[in-house]
Design a protein around this ligand. Structure first.
Ligand SMILES: Cc1cc2nc3c(=O)[nH]c(=O)nc-3n(C[C@H](O)[C@H](O)[C@H](O)COP(=O)(O)OP(=O)(O)OC[C@H]3O[C@@H](n4cnc5c(N)ncnc54)[C@H](O)[C@@H]3O)c2cc1C
Length: 501
């Protein structure tokens, strides 16, 4: 079908980045018609290569790409190694310290984004999303009730078109052309205003096992370096410098990067004997402002912002793709719940916005303490405990935060693997009912087909999970007064048990 043949859908998603593809998949999984418009032809380059366990074992598992990710052969990241703060020696944390990420889910991946983003976009296609590449969106369509109803976009070769939808999702990143349509303002942080200069090297050394897949963050006088092992031989290397030292990355980027590497003994040593990649997508040296910002509103009737289109915070803890995919999950639940007629729009989207701001807020607040270079790592662990109100020991609170699981959402941790087994059985039962219903008429069948029975089945699965896992799988409690909780399958919002009396 030609791009412009689609005129009316349930949801239009602007972008095929991680936030866009994730949201599109989660909405398509509920049977809704989703149209995704992406400006570029994939695979396309993007920075943001170090991921968190919450993304891999939470959101990616939910959309069904775990096996594809395992097959892609990405570097396994078990934690992080930092030369940071008052301690002159590098220190390391492992995700496995936290029971929320224990066992087989105690890792994430370092990914080449061209491959990772392609896997997510292909999954959206498999799930029935109509994907159109090379179709930039230029504006939104607003109706006389002041509700966003669709978008204007251009097709390859030119030609403006419109598509109408019940919801427009802006996931088009920090360069979004349409985010302003939600209203409010984009507020920039005075604290986090850095610039990054980055490139790729072949043959860089690795940290000793078992930390060889870790991200290394190494502070030096002008800022800090990331050193991310993308494969056995390819390394992503970036220098982040404060705004006041911007002159250090002006002029010839090759010279600037070489000088900055020279200022950081640990990275100089790891790159001794390595060669900078000079051809292909990895051959360019790039500069990005990583100024942190957040939009004062995340949604308005008919439109919602997710991922970098809504907010971004300093990259030191690799929270970008986590915030992008987690916000996509939260917004998908809101859209699915409203389209299913289960929750009114304001209640559903207020829940999305509050949870998203909370997650962004804990990273933001924690990072403010993390830039105090005169204290030891124990102070950072303590700060993580404080900003997340975590009752566990300091180190665990820190690891929960930087693993992306401090919100306490069961869906973001490995515990759900167990609950999946039960939910899988409940779904099998529901499909069996459908098959039966296909061939027969009758009251019992229509009763079984009703959504009430389906819900009861899924609730039942959750009860079994709770019985097995005890507190770890207890019914999620609302994060906020009078708030909502995720449905047992994670795709919708529901009212908590306390609402039902
Ligand atoms: C220096 C630096 C280092 C970073 N390191 C990390 C890291 O290690 N780990 C991490 O998790 N994050 C990191 N990040 C953050 C990460 O890059 C982003 O947070 C993440 O890519 C956001 O995902 P997204 O889906 O919101 O947007 P994006 O990944 O930016 O995707 C947006 C998509 O929208 C498309 N698009 C744009 N405009 C339009 C339009 N008009 N119409 C249609 N499509 C459009 C784009 O082509 C793109 O494909 C880093 C960021 C910086 C600046």
């Amino acid at each position: 079908m030609a791009p412009h043949d689609v005129k009316e859908v349930d949801v239009v998603v602007v972008s095929g980045g991680p936030a866009g593809s994730t949201l599109a998949s989660l909405v398509a999984m509920q049977g809704h018609r989703v149209f995704l418009l992406e400006k570029e032809a994939f695979p396309r380059y993007q920075i943001g290569e170090s991921l968190l366990p919450a993304t891999i074992h939470g959101v990616c598992r939910l959309i069904g790409v775990s096996d594809d990710l395992a097959r892609a052969g990405f570097t396994v990241k078990r934690g992080g190694t930092l030369r940071w703060g008052a301690n002159p020696r590098p220190w390391t944390f492992l995700f496995s310290v936290s029971p929320k990420m224990a066992g087989p889910t105690s890792f994430a991946y370092q990914v080449e984004r061209m491959k990772f983003d392609q896997i997510l976009l292909d999954r959206a296609r498999q799930l029935g999303v109509a994907v159109r590449e090379r179709c930039p969106v230029s504006d939104v369509v607003v109706d006389s009730d002041d509700r966003v109803r669709g978008v204007h976009y251009t097709v390859p070769g030119g030609g403006e078109h419109q598509v109408h939808a019940r919801y427009v999702v802006d996931a088009s990143g920090n360069g979004s052309r349409i985010y302003k349509n939600v209203g409010g303002s984009r507020d920039y942080s005075d604290f986090f205003r850095s610039l990054a200069l980055f490139g790729y090297f072949e043959g860089g050394k690795r940290l000793p096992a078992p930390n060889s897949g870790n991200i290394l963050s190494a502070a030096f006088d002008s800022g800090w370096f990331w050193y991310i092992p993308l494969s056995e031989s390819l390394t992503s290397v970036g220098a982040v410098v404060q705004r006041e030292l911007a002159s250090k990355i002006q002029g010839d980027p090759e010279t600037a990067l070489r000088r900055l590497i020279g200022e950081c003994p640990m990275v100089s040593d790891l790159l001794a004997g390595a060669e900078r990649v000079t051809t292909g997508e990895y051959g360019k040296l790039r500069v990005r402002k990583d100024y942190s910002y957040h939009q004062s509103r995340f949604w308005r009737p008919g439109m919602v912002l997710v991922g970098d289109a809504a907010c971004f915070v300093d990259p030191v803890f690799s929270s970008g793709v986590h915030l992008a995919t987690y916000s996509a999950l939260l917004a998908a639940r809101s859209i699915n719940s409203v389209l299913a007629g289960r929750v009114d729009e304001k209640t559903a989207f207020d829940e999305f916005e509050k949870r998203y701001r909370r997650e962004y807020g804990v990273f933001y607040e924690f990072l403010m303490s993390f830039y105090d270079m005169h204290v030891s790592e124990n102070s950072y662990f303590w700060a993580a405990k404080k900003v997340t109100n975590n009752t566990n020991p300091e180190l665990q609170a820190f690891v929960d935060l930087v693993g992306g699981v401090s919100s306490g959402e069961a869906g973001l941790t490995g515990h759900d693997a167990v609950s999946d087994r039960f939910k899988g059985r409940a779904r099998e039962f529901a499909s069996a009912i459908d098959e039966l219903a296909g061939g027969e008429e009758g009251n019992m069948v229509s009763l079984f087909k009703s959504s009430v029975v389906r819900e009861a089945m899924l609730e039942g699965a959750h009860v079994q999970t709770r019985a097995l896992l005890g507190k770890a799988a207890a019914a999620e409690t609302p994060l906020f007064d009078n708030g909502l909780v995720p449905s047992p399958d994670g795709l919708l919002w529901t009212f908590p048990d306390s609402f039902r009396g």
